[in-house]
Design a protein around this ligand. Sequence first.
Ligand code: URA
Length: 207
Amino acid sequence: MDRYVTEGETPDANSLTELKAEAEHCRRCDLYKHATQMVFGHGPSRARIVLVGEQPGDKEDLAGKPFVGRAGMVLDECLAQADVDRDQCYVTNAVKHFKFEQRGKRRLHSKPNAGEIEACSWWLNNELRLINPKIVVALGGTAAAALLGSSIRVMRDRGKVIQSTLFPPVLVTIHPSYILRIRDRVDAEAEKRAFVRDLSAIGALAT
Ligand code: URA
């Protein structure tokens, strides 16, 4: 059995371009019904580093690219401070459609459930199969659950590199939007420094 593909499923795609074309027609769960588009991963097909977020937000849903909104700006800043070049990373999400609640004109982020994460893991597993990176970074609980199962606790396990037979090593850390939710500036800066510390391990793990 292929390392990354669930037993019984046969991957069709031989490249990320083919996989993306297949994902555009995804009906594995209902999230496609309300999202603008499927937001596939973005970055070099031979990347040594894969960063996995939760799901596209409002801006990503409209742009069709992951991490282009406020969380993406925090991610970019912290990657730069950790000496990691985002352009060398393949950036993707555990769930590929935006899940939201409509409140008037606003679309408020809504957390994907276990069934949606499981349904979408087909695409994530195949992205990892095709890229075969040295290190995968789980940004937050949804990514950690998709990659490692629900026993991972981000605050307990952050900074750890989890080895498994199914995936390349996975570095667990927080989601950058967690920093945006901290009201106190001093606390937010401290959390940002801790995030940079976690990300600083990537360079050595990617060699
Ligand atoms: N949050 C995510 O998890 N992914 C994105 O692409 C944007 C925000």
